[in-house]
Design a protein around this ligand. Structure first.
Ligand SMILES: CC(C)(COP(=O)(O)OP(=O)(O)OC[C@H]1O[C@@H](n2cnc3c(N)ncnc32)[C@H](O)[C@@H]1OP(=O)(O)O)[C@@H](O)C(=O)NCCC(=O)NCCS
Length: 209
């Protein structure tokens, strides 16, 4: 067994495999900050060890995925916006919670925008729900309060997909998620497909429809 892998999550990620999109994960390990290149390290605003460890873990995953696409040892520094800088012709996204780092990558031929988020499963605090959910989404959450965390992760994944493409800032209210239809719409007119995994972690992948 690979110590850096959550077997249940690995199986769940395989179940949402999409043509042309690679997704991977890693259990964040104590030495993962050591995977950061000098350029990546300098681009990270946070000096906190936990944040740097998580960012290193996400880049280990992303580099493994890029290697499967033929890219060798690719540095992935952060742009001033916070988004990672991908090799030419590639779109991708990184995320981490306290335990897990995830990454998704694709060629631009497959999609122009890709976003991923991971959250520990569990209810979203009520005060956060008020900030995150639109009136229509609250009707869904009223019937199934457990979906709050999924909704939150979906909006973050959508933001990570769209912000590098359109250079826009989106508030939670600027994104409407329809979980039954696997769709997200942004206030500025983008429609995305959202795929969701729920294990001990919620993972949401968003891509342009
Ligand atoms: C992008 C953002 C949503 C990430 O959320 P987070 O909970 O802090 O952290 P996550 O673990 O989910 O994701 C972190 C990764 O997001 C990526 N990221 C950060 N800013 C990004 C951006 N503008 N576009 C795309 N990806 C971005 C980075 O790869 C980062 O990993 P790194 O620090 O190792 O490079 C948040 O940092 C942000 O910029 N928020 C402002 C916009 C917002 O919150 N709007 C309301 C939500 S829709």
């Amino acid at each position: 067994m690979n110590a850096a892998v959550d077997e249940t999550l690995a199986r769940a990620l395989e179940s949402v495999a999409l043509p042309g999109v690679l997704i991977g994960h890693r259990l964040i390990s104590p030495d993962d900050a050591g995977a950061l290149t000098v350029e990546e390290d300098a681009s990270l605003p946070s000096r906190l060890p936990d944040a740097r460890r998580a960012s290193g873990a996400a880049r280990i995953v992303a580099r493994e995925l890029l290697a499967r696409m033929g890219f060798a040892l690719t540095p992935l520094p952060k742009a001033p916006s916070g988004a990672p800088i991908w090799p030419s012709g590639i779109v991708g996204s990184l995320a981490h919670d306290d335990r897990i780092a995830v990454a998704a990558v694709a060629r631009r031929a497959a999609t122009d925008a890709l976003g991923i988020d991971v959250e520990p499963a569990g209810p979203l605090p009520a005060d956060l729900l008020d900030v995150v959910a639109t009136a229509r989404e609250r009707l869904v959450l009223y019937r199934d309060p457990g979906l709050g965390r999924v909704l939150f992760a979906a909006k973050e994944a959508v933001y990570k997909a769209i912000s590098p493409l359109d250079g826009v800032f989106l508030e939670y209210y600027d994104i409407e998620i329809d979980l039954a239809a696997n769709r997200a719409k942004t206030r500025h007119g983008r429609t995305l497909i959202v795929n969701t995994i729920c294990t001990a972690h919620v993972v949401v992948l968003a891509r342009l429809a």
